[in-house]
Design a protein. Structure first.
Length: 188
């Protein structure tokens, strides 16, 4: 038996978390925590990133047309949680966290060194919605931790999620780690 939930509840929206990186106007790196992130096809594999509300990250993406999407791993969760709970408009936000930052290899975007998987993204088009914006983005580069690359990644191979240790949210501010790899069986 099933029961109905509110269609507006955020209780069952399983998503991986990403820290989006932009530069403020003064060149200071800024990161925010986001989870409305997925993929689509627009003549090429693209990323769809949706950001709701007023946020500095969204302002900077609109202004520059680029950002990094840094997969949040278990080890990166404390810093990412800080990014998501400290407003980007706070001028001292990045002074309150100890995190190694470098630049993207293709785009001028800040990258979290501790993230195991980073997309360098360029906005192809944006779609304004009621209270949020969807950014359809070209994937300009994917930066992968050397230890993951050493596992033999290729275009068709599986991503070693058990090694990347991504953090997944299931609504309501709860965070979970990804479990072991499963193999489907035939339906009964």
């Amino acid at each position: 038996m099933k029961v109905s939930l509110s269609t507006q509840a955020n209780t069952c929206c399983p998503q991986a978390f990403y820290a989006y990186g932009t530069y403020k106007e003064d060149g200071t790196p800024n990161f925010g925590l986001f989870c409305w992130f997925s993929f689509c096809w627009d003549g090429e594999r693209c990323v769809m990133a949706c950001i709701g509300g007023d946020k500095l990250t969204k302002d900077r993406i609109r202004a520059t047309g680029r950002f990094s999407a840094n997969l949040v791993s278990e080890e990166l969760l404390p810093q990412a949680y800080y990014f998501g709970n400290t407003p980007g408009y706070n001028p001292d936000k990045m002074k309150g966290v100890d995190v190694a930052i470098s630049k993207g290899q293709v785009l001028d975007v800040p990258v979290l060194e501790q993230s195991p998987w980073v997309y360098e993204l360029e906005v192809k088009r944006s779609i304004p919605l009621d209270g949020s914006d969807i950014f359809l983005c070209r994937i300009c580069n994917i930066l992968v931790d050397e230890r993951l690359a050493a596992l033999g990644l290729d275009d068709d191979g599986p991503i070693p999620l058990d090694e990347a240790k991504p953090v997944v949210g299931w609504g309501g501010g709860a965070f979970f780690k990804v479990g072991e790899r499963l193999s489907p069986t035939k339906p009964r």
